[in-house]
Design a protein around this ligand. Structure first.
Ligand SMILES: Cc1cc2nc3c(=O)[nH]c(=O)nc-3n(C[C@H](O)[C@H](O)[C@H](O)COP(=O)(O)O)c2cc1C
Length: 177
């Protein structure tokens, strides 16, 4: 087992693809990404360092049955996470969204994931500047105008995705490895 666990939720597979790219770039430091609906809380909690990815679906929600996914995902896992002790864990988050079609709820699920981690007492690292995106509102934006994690708009800014991942991982390496 490596130190870093990568977990993702997805509806149409883009977040899985990004999780795999991140894994490839981290090499042996991280285990292969797991869909959050195919793991257990016990496995999740074995990792001291976590990289968690989510798309935003439904009405600015985490993926899951209620937000229109075909299978269970973060929404259902969040129920298991409630009450879990995440103190001492380092967590980096990435979120996929669509700023053109959903400018009022842009990557809101990233904000939801952040809140879940905060409630559990985890240390969240890897905030990300909001320059380069056009949107009206996002609950993933902090008071310092930074996103709580890496934001990828693979629908409209596909060509920027890999450079954004490289830049984010560059800033994270000291924290994660
Ligand atoms: C029904 C639906 C609702 C969506 N709602 C939002 C939203 O509220 N905010 C946002 O930023 N993106 C939203 N998106 C865009 C997705 O987050 C984006 O397409 C993402 O890349 C999908 O990732 P996946 O392939 O891993 O499921 C929505 C997409 C769909 C299909």
């Amino acid at each position: 087992m490596s130190n870093i666990g990568i977990f993702f939720g997805t509806d149409t597979g883009k977040t899985r693809k990004i999780a795999k790219m991140i894994h490839k770039k981290l090499g042996d430091a991280a285990d292969a990404p797991l869909n959050i609906n195919r793991t257990s809380l016990e496995t999740f909690l074995t990792y001291p360092v976590l990289i968690l990815g989510t798309p935003t679906l439904g009405d600015g929600q985490l993926p899951g049955i209620e937000s229109g996914c075909e299978s269970e995902s973060w929404l259902e896992f969040a129920q298991q996470l409630a009450g879990a002790d995440l103190r001492g864990k380092k967590v980096a988050l990435f979120g996929l969204g669509d700023q053109v079609s959903y400018p009022d709820n842009f990557v809101n699920a990233l904000g939801e994931l952040y809140d879940l981690m905060q409630v559990g007492g985890a240390t969240v690292v890897g905030s990300w500047p909001c320059e380069g995106y056009e949107f009206a509102s996002s609950s993933a934006l902090q008071e310092d105008d930074k996103f709580v994690g890496l934001v990828l708009d693979h629908d409209n800014q596909y060509d920027l995705t890999e450079a954004r991942i490289d830049s984010w991982l560059g800033t994270l390496r000291e924290d994660l490895l």
